[in-house]
Design a protein around this ligand. Structure first.
Ligand code: FAD
Length: 491
């Protein structure tokens, strides 16, 4: 039997198990891959396997992989890619599986390349502020290694315990500290990548400047597994800041809260993080709010003030003197726009609470549908208002939180997971939001990528020429269309 590749139309060898009298007698793909990578590193994938999903948990996003392969070296990754290219089998790269747009969800008939065994630290040179690690190293381990050596790795996406540095690069992940320190790509000095039709290549290096060629390294950053497989990452680090303080500013209205964001910019303050929660998100997540003190006053009551309709989490870092000076500037700039300012007794507890917003909101009705979108920062308030209006017109309760300093909102509607009607309505809400964002000069993806969930929407915000270039870049890297097919499509 010849199986056509959905994207290329190329006929390939059978990818299904051979059955005789209902018994599986062999599996042509897994058997060949076992010979290439070792039988113990080629896994069968039952339907409900986690390898068939990512963290988006969205309706209809269950994939169907033929096999999961766990290569043990960059060379094995390149060999696997080469085998897929030779046999016209789609290859879906998987990091920690924490993506929120279906990027790592395997398309039917594909082989999953999971990077979980590639965890080595190749170089660690604290004196030169740099380290080189394999792509499967967990984000938390990268952060810890930097910290233990007096350095910092700035990106801090919310699922750092499980996500991998390769996945962070492939999605160009952000997080609260991207405001001051940039998204993951800003920390990438070089990459080792497996490219079609099965070669390893190094792009970038340890130089701090390089304008010699087109920037292939930066094309790989954020490419979501559609251009090649990242096998190792050279990271440039920074000396860790000496001191950090966190303030939580509560406003009585969204209007005042968004005005406070602009007031901080106008005052020339440069927070290391400037996150927000709207009133609804605050209400849903408020129960777990950590012990805090009112700035200049007594211990705060349990939870955020009942009148609060907007909260800004402001983190300042630097030397102790710099933080003290910036703190004064923040308090002055916020003025009456913040009715109460608190500081957590324990900063780590505040950030744990911040990381817990997602599950807290999900638990309200059993499920939620979120979109990660970004608008120019001065459009944040208007976008939040319009989003709530759209959701309420569709009969759904909404809330938002995100990275205020970057105009990046995780716009969310609460749904009953058993209600198809509500799930349909949620999708309609998100489509209207994407239109709104494109019309506001924003983007459908601030930090989570396009994956499967947002494919086809990029054309709404890009000119036809730019969309065509996007497609020609894909064609140049992946002429057979086998690398994570169906993902990051512009139209
Ligand atoms: C609770 C929670 C909080 C989150 N908070 C944030 C946040 O604050 N900021 C943020 O930006 N994201 C956030 N995310 C999303 C997610 O953690 C990031 O997108 C992360 O970078 C994905 O990394 P991963 O290793 O899990 O990749 P996966 O989910 O496995 O894959 C994501 C995409 O990258 C590709 N890919 C993975 N590894 C490689 C590789 N080595 N080479 C080539 N392609 C590869 C995959 O094919 C897929 O398209 C959050 C997710 C959760 C569940």
């Amino acid at each position: 039997m010849q199986v056509p590749n959905t994207r290329t139309g190329v006929k390939s060898r059978p990818r299904v198990a051979i059955r005789e009298n209902g018994q599986v007698t062999g599996h042509p793909i897994r058997d060949e891959l076992a010979a290439l990578i070792g039988r113990e590193h080629v896994l069968d994938v039952p339907l409900g396997s986690e390898y068939n999903r990512d963290a988006s948990g969205r309706r209809g996003l269950d994939g169907r992989a033929e096999a999961v392969v766990l290569p043990g070296s960059a060379e094995e990754v390149a060999a696997l890619l080469g085998w897929c290219y030779e046999h016209d089998v789609p290859l879906v790269t998987r990091g920690g599986g924490t993506g929120l747009v279906g990027g790592a969800v395997p398309t039917p008939g594909s082989v999953v390349c999971s990077l979980e065994r590639l965890r080595a630290v190749r170089e660690l040179e604290p004196g030169l502020w740099r380290m080189s690690v394999e792509a499967g190293l967990r984000t938390r381990d990268v952060q810890r290694l930097a910290r233990e050596n007096g350095l910092m790795f700035g990106p801090d996406p919310g699922a750092a315990e499980q996500s991998q540095i390769g996945g962070n690069v492939a999605t160009n992940a952000g997080g609260p500290h991207a405001l001051k320190y940039g998204v993951t790509g800003a920390w990438v000095s070089g990459l080792e990548v497996a490219l079609a039709p099965g070669e390893l290549a190094a792009v970038g290096g340890w130089v701090r400047k390089d304008v010699a060629g087109y920037d292939i390294k930066d094309l790989m950053v954020g490419s979501e597994g559609t251009l090649g497989v990242i096998t190792a990452v050279r990271l440039r680090l920074l000396p860790a800041p000496e001191h950090a303080e966190v303030l939580v500013a509560f406003s009585a209205s969204r209007e005042e809260g968004c005005a406070a964001v602009l007031a901080l910019f106008a005052a020339g303050v440069r927070p290391s993080a400037l996150d927000f929660l709207d009133g609804e998100a605050l209400a849903f997540a408020g129960g777990a709010y950590p012990a805090s003190r009112v700035v200049g006053g007594a211990e705060a009551d349990d939870g955020p003030p009942s009148w609060a309709r907007f909260a800004l989490v402001v983190e300042l870092d630097g030397s102790a003197e710099e933080v003290a000076s910036a703190r004064g500037d923040v308090l002055e700039a916020l003025g009456e726009l913040a009715r109460e300012i608190q500081e957590p007794v324990e900063q780590a507890a505040l950030w744990r609470w911040r990381d817990g917003i997602n599950p807290a909101v999900t638990s309200v009705r059993g499920a939620k549908v979120s979109a990660d979108v970004v608008v120019p920062v001065e459009r944040l308030g208007a976008t939040l208002d319009s989003f709530d209006e759209i959701a309420s017109r569709h009969g759904l309760r909404s809330c938002s939180w995100g990275h205020a300093g970057e105009g990046n909102l995780h716009a969310t509607v609460l749904v009953d997971p058993a209600s198809e009607a509500e799930l349909d309505a949620a999708e309609e809400v998100m489509e209207e939001l994407y239109e709104l964002v494109a019309a506001s000069g924003g983007s459908i993806a601030g930090e989570h990528g396009v994956g499967l969930l947002k494919r086809g929407r990029l054309a709404r915000q890009w000119s036809p020429q730019a969309v065509e270039l996007h497609e020609r870049i894909k064609q140049a890297f992946d002429p057979k269309g086998l690398l994570n097919p169906g993902k990051k499509l512009a139209r």
